[in-house]
Ligand binder design. Structure first.
Ligand SMILES: C[S@@+](CC[C@H](N)C(=O)[O-])C[C@H]1O[C@@H](n2cnc3c(N)ncnc32)[C@H](O)[C@@H]1O
Length: 188
């Protein structure tokens, strides 16, 4: 199973340059904060861009990523935040979070064919909401994502075209918000 090897410092450099130029690099964190979560799981956290901003606003955050270089950069940037190295597919932290967020195309960077397991792994940790934003033109779309979410016991609440909450009208990017489906029954 092939996986991209990231260079955490190089990945973070891009955002640091954008921030230095005055760009807002915290749209995802702002979107999540609108739901007023006490706790957030940043799933596929990379260098911690979202988690660190939420932590700065007093939210209890845990960041999980499978890539050691990304996590090393995250830890250097915010040693006080809890960072967990692990695969979201099969993740078992033994607790839930108000919001689980996947920012930055996470389902597109998991090995092809493992998206259902990825969604199931994050769904196990959802207390109130799962928020995910990803591009729709790279072979994994909303029909698959919604089906994987439904299989994991989640139903769609709302969907936007951007992290600024522009209406979704069928473009090539979506931010989806799912919640536990109380009527969902597993086959166990
Ligand atoms: C483009 S980066 C986005 C990082 C961060 N969320 C952000 O928006 O800045 C995608 C991240 O997803 C992580 N990722 C993809 N599949 C994963 C999996 N199955 N388990 C854990 N992390 C995963 C990658 O290691 C990578 O750090």
């Amino acid at each position: 199973m092939t996986r991209i090897q990231w260079d955490g410092d190089r990945f973070q450099d891009r955002f640091d340059v954008l921030a230095a130029q005055g760009a807002d690099v915290h749209g995802e964190a702002t979107f999540v904060r609108a739901y007023r979560p006490v706790s957030v799981l940043d799933a596929g956290c990379g260098t911690g861009r979202v988690a660190i901003e939420l932590d700065r606003h007093g939210v209890e955050v845990v960041g999980v990523d499978v890539d050691a270089s990304m996590l090393a950069t995250a830890h250097r940037r915010a040693p006080g935040v809890t960072w967990v190295e692990g695969d979201l597919a099969g993740l078992e932290l033994g607790r839930t979070f108000d919001v689980v967020v996947m920012a930055g195309n996470v389902p597109l960077f998991t090995p092809p064919g493992t998206q259902a397991a990825l969604v199931a792994g994050v769904a196990r940790h959802v207390g109130r909401l799962l928020v995910a934003g990803f591009s729709l033109d790279r072979g994994y779309g909303l029909a698959d994502y919604d089906a994987h979410a439904a299989a994991a016991g989640l139903r769609l609440v709302e969907r936007f075209a951007t992290w600024d909450r522009d209406p979704f009208t069928g473009g090539d990017y979506a931010v989806s918000v799912h919640e536990p489906d109380q009527g969902h029954r597993t086959m166990e």
